[in-house]
Design a protein around this ligand. Structure first.
Ligand code: UT7
Length: 324
């Protein structure tokens, strides 16, 4: 008799989101810039972004998204959550971690920490949460991507300020016993990479009031190459093809990058969750915001096979295949 190959799986049981009330349209932005609504739409697919008020902290955004995820996951006793990871580039304070504040505000137990991998932060955090659930260190993890990214922008730099927005998305993953094959619900595989030699094409230095610096074309080139490679790595590890996926839920930086990824995976754009038009690039928050959008309108359903993938400053990049 073959030994049982049962395996702990991190199953997604709820999502939540929060977007600040203030919407900044391309037209408003272009009024004070040498840019236009047409250029921004054509080159990025973005038509608007949400911007936090001065008093809204990353902790506030993350906590709101977390509370909605708890409701959607049917978690009434918050102490069931024994791990909180906040992926963020824009923590409320240098320390303590935004995640410990969220843990306090929602009444979670266990332990909490922030994770910094810029736009790949959510994929990194999901993968780390999966490892911690598999090792038995925690049972139910709240994984949040939350950013007040617009606070890092130079509003006179048209090459960067039109691209980003603020927001938070949250998912709750719970350890459940699976059979160890691809029919299991949960995170089936994930791959993470980084290359610090590419630091200079996308960074914010540590000086007071420092702002995002980016060589857009170079980042674009690396994004299409590296996300295609890490998507293939994940598919190959499971013996799958792009066409086996029900949905691609990619990082939302630029519609042209998203279209290139869909093409590489042989997926029509109708099988890709796209939010970049309404949210712009919310860095670590973009994928959980897109997941929540997909669940809320009924496109994403339990049992479906999806891929998440991202690339961000570092450079960092990664992918995961999840059965919902
Ligand atoms: O989340 C990960 C981080 N970020 C990304 O993944 C972003 C990756 N990069 C991109 O999305 C694109 O490279 C951009 C949207 C940033 C730029 O698009 P592009 O097609 O690569 O344009 P470009 O940088 O080659 O610029 C073309 C022209 C330039 O003018 P000249 O030199 O041809 O006269 C730019 O100065 O467009 C100009 N330009 C703009 N014009 C109007 C750049 N930004 C703007 C703007 N409005 N906002």
């Amino acid at each position: 008799m073959p030994a049982s190959s049962s395996k702990i799986r991190s199953v997604l049981i709820g999502t939540g989101a929060y977007l600040p009330q203030r919407i900044l349209t391309n037209r408003e932005l272009a009024a004070s810039l040498d840019s236009s609504d047409e250029w921004i739409r054509q080159r990025t697919g973005i038509s608007q972004r949400h911007v936090s008020s001065d008093s809204e902290t990353t902790t506030d955004l993350a906590t709101r998204a977390a509370k909605q995820a708890m409701v959607n996951a049917g978690i009434r006793d918050p102490s069931q959550i024994d791990l909180v990871i906040v992926a963020t580039t824009t923590p409320t304070d240098v320390f303590p971690a935004t995640a410990t504040m969220v843990q306090h505000f929602i009444g979670a137990s266990g332990f909490a920490f922030d994770l910094q991998a810029v736009c790949s932060g959510f994929v990194y955090a999901l993968s780390v949460a999966d490892s911690l659930l598999q090792s038995g260190s925690a049972k139910t993890a709240l994984v949040i991507g939350a950013e007040n990214f617009t606070r890092l922008l130079d509003w006179t730099d048209r090459g960067t300020c039109v691209l980003f927005g603020d927001g938070a998305g949250a998912v709750i993953v719970r350890a459940e016993a699976g059979k160890g094959d691809q029919s299991d619900r949960g995170i089936l595989t994930s791959f993470l990479h980084s290359d610090g030699s590419l630091r200079d094409i996308l960074y914010t230095d540590g000086s007071p009031g420092a702002r995002v610096k980016m060589e857009g074309k170079e980042v674009f080139r690396h994004a299409t190459e590296k996300m295609a490679a890490v998507a293939e790595e994940a598919l190959d590890s499971l013996g799958l093809q792009g066409s086996d996926l029900d949905w691609l839920v990619p990082h939302q930086a630029n519609l042209r990058i998203i279209e290139a990824m869909a093409k590489k995976l042989n997926l029509p754009l109708s099988k890709v969750i796209v939010t970049v038009d309404k949210h712009a690039n919310t860095s670590a928050a973009s994928i959980p915001l897109a997941l929540h959008a997909g669940f809320s309108d009924g496109r994403l359903k339990p049992g479906q096979l999806i891929m998440v993938e991202a690339l961000g400053g570092g450079l960092t990049w990664g992918s995961a295949i999840i059965r919902l």
